[in-house]
Design a protein around this ligand. Structure first.
Ligand code: NOJ
Length: 746
């Protein structure tokens, strides 16, 4: 991924435009206090996506100007119906803004975001999310509650599925891609939707991986690890932002002026508006920082939450607070301005309705093709012992497992308006692939996802015995990850491991395909299989994508965006950790510690420190080598680097396809800063590029590095570079890359 000088974000600029401001001011002048507060209230109509707070007077709310936005209204007819009430029957005719959880597709369901991140292909993600925007906008939904950019280091947390994994650099690249995809060249295009980067901030660091839980972290970690993807989304122009549920260092994100005002507005210059998460304003009472509804509303708005999602507190409480002199009108006015700016920028006043006939969904071959490519690029080959893959033509296949033919479970969490009938399962795709050869495919379910019943094993084992190779489709169902779906065990659920063992006992090679919304602990499973494929939840083209990969029509090119631990006890386990003062050597630590040198180091008695599969890992059908990285200068002046917006150093490497087939590699550049005033990670990703090479072909790659990549945060939490530091570089195709060089900062 090339990163040059940052271009100004068109939509953020657009929101600051003077013509737009004039329209906002003119409208604001005409608004009563109740109408102003109405613009700050959002109601869910339709299937709720949080604890029920339903009411039945939505039409009245809209007619009286008491609702500014709705979520979960689906379908062009429904959005038009409410919009007509707003635009034709309310006094000021202010259009509604309809929001929805468009997360990895609207109707054309792509892989879950964690899977899309594995593509290391922001350009393709941008394309995929532009399709999502087009489909949503056609139904009047001009606001996507995405991207979810929360860095996640704990696979117990079910929402790892919704983000781009553990790395800030990859996370930032994906954040930009989503925002560009949703918002297109201008918010006013009829195919654009406003993005809502979420959940601000550090929601992914919930203690013990339990959803909504407390977050406590240093300002240095917050800024260095967690904030970069949010900032990248804001810089790419995200028109809105959603605040998080969690407390951060004791202050709930929903009432956190440090985050929502000091960082977001004052440092980052955000011109859009902030929406709370679902009922999060009211939850300030549960957090114990608000005694009652009025104080919750006051705290949230004053901190910078402009719109109240489903707490039903702003509308009744804010006018009262203003009249009692507890809340300045100017604070309300400013929040209203922010909301109206986005509505004007989206062109809602000019074009409030959508064409109901044109909105009818057609799964065109182009849409399916994009979903297939996205799936092919997201599925990671973790093991391929003895080159069992690609499967040779003519081999008889036993397809086993609860996820071999489970359309709903291909869609994954937050699948929008996704329809399982659109999903092609592995079984359907295999039947198609092997249709000419009678007896080439045997299918047996074996067990369910969460079952202790082994009565189906015998049929599965018989199918395996009668075949040349077993494909086992195991893992989690769609509901086992996503919101409120944390787990304390991350093994294969139910008795699936036992099924796998029974299959392996036949002696037939087993290709294990894991469908999951999180890294599972696959240490035991891995021992029994010849090949291991991490498929996530790959979307509607799951089956065709997998078949293309398994038979080698397409190369595996995805790489892990998150570490796969050996066991849950290692969690949180991430590649960009600090070294400690007593790092364990990376050699065999499975022996009991016998002497001081081995004993008094940072380690476990019963497990290695290393992961089962590291960040950035993923196999291809060919092999690659890299020449050592070459920085364009052996040393740089810290002074000259500090604050620079553009490139200050260029790192070259040559990558070669050393195998006999064409293939795609994700070239990754990592660095470590030594000698700085704060301890820095043992490695951090600062560049990546997907490269496709013919057998024997080589290519020179260049990675530009600027202040952003070279800098870190000092103890005062200021981004800086320091003289007297050394930078170690590694290039290769995983976070365990070995080709090395260094340079210094004088
Ligand atoms: C709660 C979730 O945390 C958030 O991600 C989502 O956008 C809202 N509900 C709306 O459904």
């Amino acid at each position: 991924m090339r990163r040059g000088v940052r271009s100004p974000a068109p939509s953020n600029e657009q929101l600051a435009g003077s013509a737009l401001q004039r329209r906002v001011e003119a409208l604001l002048e005409r608004m009563t206090l109740e109408e102003k507060v109405g613009q700050l209230a959002q109601y869910s109509v339709g299937t709720p996506t949080g604890p029920g707070t339903g009411r039945s007077d939505y039409e009245t709310l809209v007619r009286t100007g008491a609702a500014g936005s709705m979520l979960n209204v689906v379908g062009a007819q429904e959005t038009n119906r409410y919009q007509r009430i707003a635009v034709e029957q309310s006094r000021l005719k202010i259009p509604l803004l309809f929001g929805f959880d468009v997360i990895h597709g609207y109707r054309t369901t792509m892989p879950i975001p964690l899977g899309m991140a594995a593509s290391f292909d922001p350009a393709l993600v941008e394309q995929a999310m532009h399709l999502a925007a087009t489909e949503a906008a056609a139904e009047g939904i001009r606001w996507a509650f995405s991207p979810m950019v929360d860095i996640a280091r704990d696979p117990r947390w079910g929402r790892v599925a919704e983000g781009s994994g553990e790395d800030p650099f990859l996370g930032a690249a994906m954040a930009r891609a989503y925002v560009r995809g949703y918002q297109g060249p201008s918010l006013s295009e009829s195919t654009s939707v406003a993005a809502s980067v979420k959940h601000f901030a550090a929601y992914g660091a919930a203690e013990a991986g339990r959803d909504y839980n407390t977050v406590d972290m240093s300002e240095v970690s917050l800024r260095q690890v967690y904030l970069p993807p949010y900032q990248a989304a804001i810089e790419a122009g995200s028109a809105t932002l959603m605040s998080a549920f969690n407390t951060l260092n004791g202050v709930p994100a929903t009432a956190n002026a440090h985050l929502l005002t000091a960082i977001l507005r004052e440092e980052w210059g955000f011109n859009g508006f902030v929406v709370s998460d679902w009922t999060a304003v009211a939850e300030l009472k549960n957090h114990g920082i608000a005694l009652d509804g009025p104080s919750a509303a006051l705290k949230a708005l004053s901190a910078g939450v402009d719109m109240d999602m489903e707490s039903h507190l702003y509308a009744p409480e804010l006018p009262r607070l203003v009249r009692e002199g507890k809340l300045p009108m100017a604070v309300v006015d400013e929040a209203v301005r922010r909301v109206l700016r986005v509505k004007f920028a989206l062109g809602l006043f000019e074009n409030p309705y959508v064409d109901e006939k044109a909105a009818a969904y057609v799964a065109t071959p182009e849409k399916r093709e994009l979903a297939r490519r996205m799936a092919e690029e997201s599925i990671v080959l973790l093991e391929n012992k003895g080159g069992v893959l690609p499967l040779a033509p003519g081999r008889k296949v036993a397809l086993v497992g609860p996820l071999a033919d489970a359309p709903v479970d291909m869609l994954g969490t937050w699948n929008g308006k996704g329809d399982p009938r659109d999903a092609v399962t592995l079984r359907a795709a295999l039947e198609h692939r092997l249709r000419g050869t009678p007896g080439a495919l045997r299918h047996a379910r074996g067990t369910d996802v969460l079952s202790a019943d082994s009565s189906g094993f015998a049929e599965a084992v018989a199918a395996a015995r009668a075949s040349d190779v077993v494909i086992a489709a195991l893992g989690e169902d769609t509901n086992m990850s996503g919101e409120a779906a944390s787990r304390t065990r991350i093994d294969l659920p139910g008795n699936q491991l036992q099924l796998l063992e029974a299959l392996a006992a036949t002696g037939k090679p087993v290709v294990l395909i894991v469908f999951s919304g999180r890294p599972l602990a696959l240490t035991d499973a891995q021992r029994h299989v010849a090949a291991l494929v991490q498929a996530w939840q790959p979307g509607i083209e799951a089956g065709p994508a997998l078949v293309n990969l398994l038979w080698g029509d397409v190369d595996f090119s995805a790489r892990l965006p998150i570490t796969f631990p050996r066991s849950l006890g290692q969690v949180p386990l991430y590649y960009n950790h600090l070294n400690t003062g007593r790092p364990a050597s990376q050699t065999d630590l499975t022996r009991p510690a016998s002497n001081g040198a081995e004993k008094y180091v940072s380690r476990y008695l019963d497990e290695r420190n290393t992961p089962l599969y590291p960040f950035g890992h993923g196999l291809s059908y060919t092999t690659f080598d890299f020449s050592p990285p070459q920085p364009s200068a052996p040393s740089l002046q810290a002074r000259a680097v500090r604050g620079q917006r553009g490139e200050v150093l260029r790192v070259k490497t040559r990558v070669r396809n050393t195998g006999t087939r064409p293939g795609t590699v994700v070239a990754q550049l990592y660095l470590r800063v030594l000698g700085a005033s704060t301890a820095q990670p043992v490695r951090q990703l600062v560049g990546f590029q997907r490269v496709t090479l013919a057998a024997g072909e080589s290519r020179e790659l260049e990675f530009p590095l600027g202040f952003q990549e070279l800098s870190f945060f000092d103890a005062r939490a200021t981004r800086t570079v320091e003289p007297g530091t050394r930078y170690d570089l590694w290039v290769g195709d995983s976070s365990e890359a070995t080709q090395h060089a260094s340079f210094t900062l004088e």
